[in-house]
Design a protein. Structure first.
Length: 311
């Protein structure tokens, strides 16, 4: 995972920091008997850097644009640990099941793994995008070893997202999920697309999102555009935004004014619940902070981190 080529389509034109400005090492950790694997990006000449823990959004792998962000963090003096959830990418299993509870457990054990790394400091940042932004906000409400949070185009209320798709979608998704839940143990499970068109029974269906998502897929990845249909059942009632008031550390919510999945007004409203919140809204859609709008998005994140740790 230390390679930088081939890049995904969305990031072909990004300026990347010189390789000598940071180093990488592979890290693994176990969660309930299964292994997660990731890459730790380290800034040159700093053994006391704050460490940022990063994991992908809905159904994604860490190769889908996340190394470019981790490199920029390392170039700015922060350590960044990107990892794959169980069932995805280089981690154990290939089910591609989207299970918020399991994925939060992976994040929690990633945090704990860094306690055994001498090359990083004691400060910890939880970083997430889309669905994983919901995970880090939930964990920040629960844990006391988190010093700051960065949530990019955060999914705060899955129920409101799927309800907006209409009753027909909800009924079809629920039925498919139940059939998979009952049948997968006897080899009769079924899958649905992770990202698809507006008429598909996909986890992400909003207009224009399919191309934005697929342009982030690494060309050498073995990722499949599918997830067990029971993922719908795990997601539909996930509402991490309900816990924002419990977060006591500096928290950045970065919203896109053209986001078709998470309306910017919903993020603005949620930000009012944060005790130490920073809201940034910028011209972007749900996935463009990884591509066309990478530079301003990363700039806002680095500015927030400087204020959180040096201000």
């Amino acid at each position: 995972m230390t390679r930088r080529d081939p890049v995904n389509r969305a990031q072909r034109r990004l300026a990347r920091p010189p390789r000598e400005r940071f180093s990488t090492r592979d890290l693994a950790f176990d969660v309930d008997g299964e292994t997660c694997r990731g890459t730790l990006y380290l800034p040159s000449g700093d053994d006391d850097a704050p460490a940022i823990v990063m994991a992908p959004g809905l159904g994604a792998e860490r190769s889908f644009g996340y190394p470019a962000i981790a490199e920029r963090f390392a170039d700015a003096g922060y350590a960044a640990f990107t990892f794959d959830y169980r069932g995805f990418g280089d981690s154990e299993g290939d089910s591609q099941l989207v299970h918020p509870g399991r994925q939060r457990a992976d994040y929690a054990d990633a945090l704990d793994r860094l306690k055994r790394v001498d090359a990083v400091g004691r400060d910890r940042v939880l970083w997430g995008a889309s669905l994983s932004a919901g995970h880090v906000l939930t964990l920040a409400a629960e844990r006391r070893d988190v010093d700051a949070v960065v949530a990019v185009t955060p999914v705060l209320d899955v129920r409101s997202i799927v309800t907006a798709r209409g009753g027909k979608y909800l009924a079809r998704a629920g039925l498919a999920g139940l059939r998979d839940l009952l049948g997968h143990r006897i080899g009769r499970g079924r899958t649905v697309p992770i990202v698809g068109g507006t008429e598909e029974l996909a986890a992400v269906t909003e207009p224009g999102t399919k191309r934005g998502y697929l342009d982030l897929v690494d060309r050498e990845s073995s990722w499949r555009n599918e997830t067990p249909a029971r993922s719908h059942l795990r997601l539909v009632n996930y509402r991490p935004g309900e816990r924002l008031a419990e977060i006591g550390v500096p928290t950045l919510l970065l919203a896109g004014t053209d986001d078709p999945i998470v309306p910017v007004d919903s993020v603005r409203e949620a930000a009012e619940d944060l005790r130490r919140g920073t809201l940034v809204s910028m011209p972007a859609d749900h996935f463009s902070p990884f591509g066309a709008d990478f530079e301003p998005a990363v700039g806002h994140q680095l500015s927030f981190l400087r204020d959180a740790f040096d201000g």
